[in-house]
Design a protein around this ligand. Structure first.
Ligand SMILES: Nc1nc2c(ncn2[C@@H]2O[C@H](COP(=O)(O)OP(=O)(O)O)[C@@H](O)[C@H]2O)c(=O)[nH]1
Ligand SMILES: [Mg+2]
Ligand SMILES: [Zn+2]
Length: 290
């Protein structure tokens, strides 16, 4: 039989059959492991009688941080509290674009964002040219923009801990998505409550809740290719002096991307995070291949 992996913890997989939607608690054949061989969202062949996952069918696409397969949108959630991690958002964005998954940025907790100068404005400056941006408040139940994206689609909620991913889902499901974490007051980071990814049926679509993380490795990519995943650089990059300009150590006269960032045409903080990420990738790449 064919089914979809809705959840996987410690060698047990919740597989929902394609026809009928019956749910089976399965083990996996041989050494197949969650987040290594089997991802949440995978379509698998399984033996319903013996309750064993036999093999994973070819994926349409997948992310590895978080591990999730066959999604239409990666919704990257940011919120005013805890302190938004734009570096993490950049990295998930790159991962999504690399995986051919359309990114959406969701600013949650709009109820505490104040007006004018808040996170909404900063996010629009950073990502307005890169992704669709939506605004929600899980607490007040103002999640219609999220619903518009999720309708009839498979969307993955991604982003740092405690931004309200599970809360958004709970608002959609009347609390059935499970426990919401607190924000620990010391670090303002979320406590880890969701330790795994899980798929929930929402209306006609599917939403994957994933565990939050505050740290993420750099993308697995050749440093000189990193720039190709910054759609907002493209129009400037076309007029850089040198073909293949990296937009890092070239001079202002040579590099139109650098110029645009300095002159405020391109979001300066996004550009400087790019330079930082480029340097980190370069170091990691050297370590790996020297
Ligand atoms: N003010 C406000 N707080 C929220 C909102 N959404 C979530 N929270 C709170 O943020 C904390 C973390 O939420 P949670 O859903 O566990 O975040 P997750 O780690 O991203 O899944 C909880 O204390 C929630 O009550 C929101 O829209 N507004
Ligand atoms: Mg959560
Ligand atoms: Zn350049």
């Amino acid at each position: 039989m064919l089914g979809r992996v809705d959840k996987g913890i410690a060698g047990r997989f919740t597989v929902r059959a394609r026809d009928g939607g019956e749910v089976f608690d399965c083990a996996a054949k041989g050494k197949l492991k969650i987040d290594g061989d089997i991802y949440v969202g995978d379509i698998v062949e399984f033996d319903a009688r013996q309750r064993i996952v036999i093999r994973v069918l070819k994926r349409k696409n997948f992310l590895t941080r978080p591990y999730v397969a066959n999604v239409d949108f990666a919704v990257i959630v940011l919120s005013p509290v805890p302190e938004p991690d734009f570096c993490l958002a950049d990295k998930i964005l790159i991962d999504a674009v690399m995986a051919n998954i359309e990114p959406v940025i969701c600013v949650n907790k709009c109820d505490i964002d104040g007006d004018g100068e808040g996170l909404r404005r900063r996010v629009a400056q950073n990502y307005g040219d890169v992704a669709r941006i939506i605004y929600t408040s899980a607490i007040t139940g103002d999640i219609s923009q999220f619903l518009n994206v999720a309708k009839d689609k498979t969307v993955c909620l991604a982003g740092q801990s405690a931004v309200g991913k599970t809360s958004i889902l709970n608002a959609l499901l009347d609390g059935r998505a499970g426990k919401v974490g607190d924000i620990s007051h010391k670090s303002q980071r979320g406590k880890h409550t969701t330790r795994h990814s899980e798929i929930f049926a929402v209306g006609g679509g599917l939403v994957v809740d994933t565990s939050g993380f505050s740290e993420l490795n750099i993308p697995q990519i050749e440093p000189s290719k990193l720039k190709d995943y910054y759609a907002d650089f493209t129009e400037y990059a076309e007029v850089c002096k040198y073909r293949g300009c990296i937009h890092v150590s070239e001079s202002r006269d040579e590099c139109a991307v650098k110029r645009a960032a300095e002159d405020g045409e391109l979001c300066a903080e996004r550009y400087s995070r790019y330079v930082e990420l480029y340097k980190q990738s370069e170091q990691a790449w050297k370590k790996r291949y020297n």
